[in-house]
Design a protein around this ligand. Structure first.
Ligand code: IMP
Length: 426
């Protein structure tokens, strides 16, 4: 069987516009599988005047014929998922029979949020800047083998209640020493039971579903959440999330084997942003000021203003290697429309040495200084372009240089939030 699976993931620190690119690509897909992460993600899709922000549900849900799976590598806040489904239902989007929740996925419960927020408070100025959604502690429970999985939502209520009571008791005992907020087991049981009643019809064996789709040659997109440098192994550790946001994570998260993958689409912005703490070599307050002034670059999950900086080719070159990117999808080109000069970081300087690869250690990474190559801005709107040739010549030069610097071909280019503001390179 010819491989039919495409991975779509972020090549920077998340918020690259994956939601929009996935929505466009889902027009030619049968399935969209969400591989990892939880409701820390916020994928924004604009269809005409309607704006949708999806946190857990794959963007494919907005295309009527597409089936969606929240796969086993994800962590799911059951109450949050219910709210998200209800929000879509109110807007006329059908989820029953189309959306599936893998029984293998781990649950995010109130005690995870208490630990997440407790740790952040203790870290003070060195905080990671997490979304506070309990993601790290949920993955920690999974690794420690004390987590609850979505499949347990189907347990008889007495057994589910016992499982929750045991886990909450463990948390409350530990919270005495740690200073975490204590959690009410009764309240948690009530909340989870209500969500369980709602979510039971959505439960499925995620791996069997994914494999049936692969075996029958269906066109599958695997949706990565966050971005390469938030990956717990390959990111700017410890300023990362707690899942594997890279291509390997797409396979472990869904159970789809690497041999079934035929394309890896890396989504990236024409500049760089990140939310929360951690190294950011090309950060530039003036660019941030400009983009925020245009109403751009505010987080879709937390509303926080994102940190902004110039395109960092050192970073993306590494992301291309890590993910085996076969093509890139460039978004937010229009964010640079008004600039006369556009720097691109081509290397780092650390203690007098020139680096072509990022350092391993986050503290060293923070000490790196960017080496820039300057490009001339095009100083005209790109938002009306619908073809490569309709882009200003200087914008084409900029994009071609990026492609050469990072070593991957350019596929889609996006010049605005609308579905139609997307076209292919060349
Ligand atoms: P957590 O995933 O909530 O634990 O947060 C860890 C780090 O990842 C923080 O810097 C967050 O701002 C960042 N992060 C988590 N999810 C996203 C996302 O979807 N987009 C951008 N940054 C994210």
């Amino acid at each position: 069987m010819k491989p039919t699976v495409t991975i779509v993931l972020g090549l920077q620190w998340g918020d690259e516009g994956k939601g929009k690119i996935l929505d466009v690509m889902a027009a030619e897909a049968d399935w969209v599988l969400r591989a990892q992460g939880g409701n820390n993600a916020g994928h924004t899709v604009e269809i005409g005047k309607e704006k949708y922000v999806l946190h857990l549900i794959p963007s494919g849900i907005l295309r009527g014929k597409v089936s969606c799976l929240i796969a086993g590598g994800a962590v799911v806040d059951p109450t949050g998922l219910v709210k998200e489904i209800e929000g879509l239902t109110k807007r006329g989007i059908r989820t029953r029979g189309r959306l599936h929740l893998a029984a293998q996925a781990h649950l995010v419960l109130p005690h995870h949020r208490a630990v997440d927020q407790g740790f952040e408070k203790r870290r003070g100025s060195g905080k990671i800047g997490t979304t506070g959604r309990g993601i790290g502690p949920a993955y920690a429970d999974k690794a420690a083998r004390v987590g609850l999985r979505a499949g347990e939502l189907a347990l008889p209520s007495r057994d589910l209640a016992r499982r929750i009571r045991e886990r909450v008791a463990l948390h409350n005992r530990a919270s005495r020493g740690q200073g975490w907020v204590k959690i009410s087991a009764t309240k948690t049981i009530r909340e989870v039971e209500a969500a369980a009643r709602f979510l039971r019809p959505y439960l499925a064996d995620g791996v069997t579903l994914a494999h049936r789709a692969v075996a029958s040659g269906q066109r599958i997109l695997i949706e990565g959440a966050q971005g390469t440098f938030l990956d717990v192994d390959h990111g700017t550790y410890p300023f990362v999330t707690s899942s594997h946001c890279t291509a390997g994570g797409a396979c472990t998260g869904t159970g789809v084997p690497p041999t079934a993958i035929h394309r890896v689409v890396g989504v990236l912005k024409a500049y760089t942003t990140r939310v929360g703490g951690g190294p950011f070599v090309t950060e530039d307050g003036t660019l941030g000021h400009l983009l925020h002034g245009m109403g751009r670059e505010f987080g879709s999950t937390t509303g926080r203003a994102r940190r902004c900086g110039w395109f960092d080719a050192v970073l993306v070159r590494r992301a291309v290697q890590l993910n085996g990117v076969t093509e890139m999808a460039m978004t937010n080109l229009d964010g640079l429309d008004g600039l006369e000069k556009i720097p691109v970081c081509v290397g780092y300087r650390l203690r007098g040495k020139y680096l072509k690869e990022p350092p391993v250690d986050a503290a060293d990474w923070s000490r790196c200084r960017p080496i820039y190559r300057n490009f001339e801005g095009w100083c005209q709107p790109t938002t009306e372009a619908r073809h490569w040739k309709e882009l200003p010549r200087k914008a084409r030069i900029y994009l071609s240089a990026i492609k050469d610097l990072v070593g991957a071909p350019l596929g889609l280019i996006s010049v605005g939030a609308g579905r139609d503001q997307t076209f292919r390179h060349g």
